[in-house]
Design a protein around this ligand. Structure first.
Ligand code: PXL
Length: 276
């Protein structure tokens, strides 16, 4: 049987277990071939380490995809995460146009922010531009902070189901067909996601237990597991739910050792849960 191929467009953080060093193992464990498109190489991720190195690879990216086109390489999905510049947003937009086919899906995780704040190096203007790129996505996977910044709205810590549904509709109006909003909690002990499919008009939600910790890298773990499940034919809410369960399992596997392992989750211990 043909194996599905996903181009993963993310940075490589050599230490920190996020972006490509998460997308590659998670998607591979799910039986998806990963074509890596490294946007930059950093010595560590940018959250919690100081003095990290950053080597931008923007100039290399169109050369990689031009070669792929010449070799008639086809993609079943393009999955983007951490993008470091306006030029990289343009590259991804062009790449989607170049490889688009009826069966190819585009998943955009607009990695930029969390807990009400933009990550180091990002600006509100970049977030609005990322919002424009979302028009080309089949599915977008923002957290609440990224959603607010892409819409140019204030980040609100308090919300109810109606306001989340309104937010999902506004995100879909950016042009993406389907939206998965992560980090949603209506009850103190539950955390999960809310979904909207503009093709069917259907809303969905799924929750797991809320663990009393916040950990780096979980957004990438979530979006990678979501992409693998979606590529393997699961529908929107089932893919979003599988990703919730997997992310929760990864956090649990790390909780007894947060002091040593503060920079990400021990997803390695949970990869077996993904075998499909
Ligand atoms: O996990 C998101 C992410 C990806 N890549 C880099 C980051 C972060 C979060 O801080 O710094 C380089």
């Amino acid at each position: 049987m043909k194996i599905k191929r996903c181009a993963a467009v993310h940075d490589i953080s050599c230490i920190g277990k996020c972006s490509l060093t998460v997308a590659l193992p998670v998607l591979s464990a799910m039986g998806v071939e990963v074509a890596c498109v490294p946007t930059a190489i950093l010595s560590t991720h940018t959250a919690g380490f100081s003095g990290y190195t950053f080597h931008d690879l923007t100039d290399e990216l169109p050369k990689i995809t031009a070669h792929w086109k010449k070799e008639n390489i086809e993609l079943d999905a393009i999955y983007t995460g951490y993008l470091g510049s306006f030029a990289q947003l343009q590259f991804v937009s062009d790449m989607i146009d170049d490889f688009k086919s009826d069966s190819m899906c585009v998943v955009i995780d607009p990695v930029m922010a969390d807990h009400g704040k933009l990550y180091t190096g990002f600006t509100p203007e970049f977030a609005l531009e990322m919002g424009k790129l979302c028009a080309k996505a089949d599915v977008i996977v923002p957290n609440l902070t990224e959603a607010a910044f892409m819409l140019g709205e204030e980040y609100k810590e308090n919300y109810d189901r109606d306001s989340i549904h309104a937010l999902l509709l506004k995100l879909a109006a950016l042009g993406a067909k389907k939206v998965v909003l992560t980090g949603i909690s209506y009850e103190d002990d539950k955390l999960g996601c809310a979904t909207y499919d503009s093709c069917t008009g259907e809303f969905g939600e799924y929750f797991t237990e809320k663990l009393p910790v916040a950990m780096h890298g979980t957004g990438d773990v979530y979006a990678s597991a979501f992409t693998g499940a979606y590529m393997n034919g699961k529908n929107l809410i089932d893919s979003a739910s599988l990703a919730c369960d997997f992310t929760c399992a990864c956090i649990k596997a790390t909780m007894d050792d947060i002091e040593n392992h503060w920079y990400s989750v021990k997803f390695e211990k949970c990869l077996h849960l993904l075998a499909m």
